[in-house]
Write a protein that binds this ligand. Structure first.
Ligand code: EPU
Length: 340
């Protein structure tokens, strides 16, 4: 049964807590249900807008499309060999619940990605990453349905073209497919990754000497909760910008004025500079506008909607930050959040 609602508010369905309406709205519960939906005439007449956890979008206007809210659920162990657990999950599963379910079943590897908002299907779209791990390290394959043709296609890891917060689904296949299922490969012999500074520190705070994956997950949960606003309380989409990769020359110029500017080396000629540091150094951290929106006080990379802001206001703020960073440091930031 396909039920299509008209003029549906997306207020509770985006973590920024913005008000915008979808022209049409429907939910899907299985790949077969999606194929059924695609046989309806409306899917040929209207644009299709796939929606997952709504945690990486900034709604600046009403959505002139049929919003397809992915509610495909289910997690199961499909296979096991000497080295790996192979786990499949419906794209509509909540990401954090999925990570916790895996840890409870001793399928380890995604613990550093605990508490990232969003859905399982959105995770590979932008190759989510945190605390030294990216999704691609535990990823095996995914299944999609082509919106135009209804064709069901499987993508291997290579075919997904994963990069820093990006994949083929954010680039050349943008808007063309709906991810229905994601397959993961959890190693049985993997070592924990606690190399990200704050994790070691937090494990010490927790008085843990030989950490288990659950301990690492708890450490990550504690760090994220202390630095990043909880979208249930304060509207936000996590990091609003990507960390820019700049040439040695640009970085050396920054060092002249700020000798302790943080960086991560990515190649012989390039370094990644934390955008949060640039934005804080430019004086934006904690700034609030009209008591309704602004830049988060603990992490300058996160823009927040305290109450009743519009997507357009937040977009304007991001534009001002972009221009300011360009003029102060000569660096062009790139938005990580999808602007609608
Ligand atoms: N920093 C500042 N001021 C700030 C924020 C950060 O000076 O307001 C400095 C920190 O002191 C540190 C450096 O910047 O030296 C890095 O900060 P942090 O460890 O908080 O990480 P990040 O680079 O700002 C990235 C990801 C986050 C992820 C963290 C942890 C991106 C765009 N962001 O942030 O991902 O949780 O690392 O791994 O790559 C997200 O994508 O939504 C997200 C939250």
């Amino acid at each position: 049964m396909v039920l299509i609602e008209e003029n549906k508010s997306l207020f509770g369905l985006n973590t920024f807590g913005l008000q915008a309406n979808a022209k049409y709205f429907t939910e899907i519960y299985s790949p077969a249900h999606l194929l059924d939906l695609l046989s309806y005439k409306i899917t040929k007449q209207e644009n299709i807008f796939p929606l997952g956890g709504g945690s990486n979008i900034l709604l600046t206007k009403d959505v002139d499309a049929l919003v397809v809210y992915n509610q495909i659920k289910g997690i199961n162990l499909s296979k096991e060999d000497d080295d790996f657990f192979y786990v499949e999950a419906g794209a509509g599963e909540n990401w954090h619940s999925f990570v916790q379910y895996c840890l409870q079943n001793d399928w380890f590897g995604a613990e550093n990605l605990s508490l990232i908002p969003g859905s399982v299907g959105a995770a590979p779209m932008q190759n989510i990453g945190a605390y030294g791990i990216e999704l691609k390290e535990v990823f095996d394959y995914l299944e999609t349905v082509n919106i135009k043709t209804g064709e069901v296609l499987k993508f291997t890891k290579n075919e997904c073209e994963f990069g820093y917060r990006t994949s083929i689904f954010k680039t050349s296949l943008k808007g063309q497919t709906i991810i229905t299922k994601v397959g993961f490969k959890f190693s049985k012999n993997r070592l924990l990754n606690t190399s990200y500074g704050a994790i070691e520190q937090e494990l010490q705070n927790l008085k843990v000497d030989s950490p288990t994956p659950l301990d690492v997950s708890q450490a990550v949960i504690n760090i994220r909760s202390s630095k990043l606003p909880d979208p249930k309380k304060i509207g936000n989409s996590g990091s609003f910008f990507k960390n820019p990769v700049v040439s040695n020359e640009v970085y050396e110029n920054i060092l002249k004025e700020y000798p302790s500017a943080p960086h991560y080396r990515v190649s012989e000629n390039e370094v990644k500079v934390p955008a949060g540091w640039l934005i804080e150094t430019a004086g934006w951290k904690g700034k609030t506008f009209d008591n309704r929106y602004g830049v988060h006080k603990n992490q300058a990379l996160v823009l927040v909607n305290y109450k009743g802001a519009t997507g357009a206001e937040i977009f304007d703020l991001s534009e001002k930050i972009l221009q300011d960073i360009k003029s102060k440091f000569g660096i062009e930031l790139e938005r990580e959040v999808n602007i609608i």
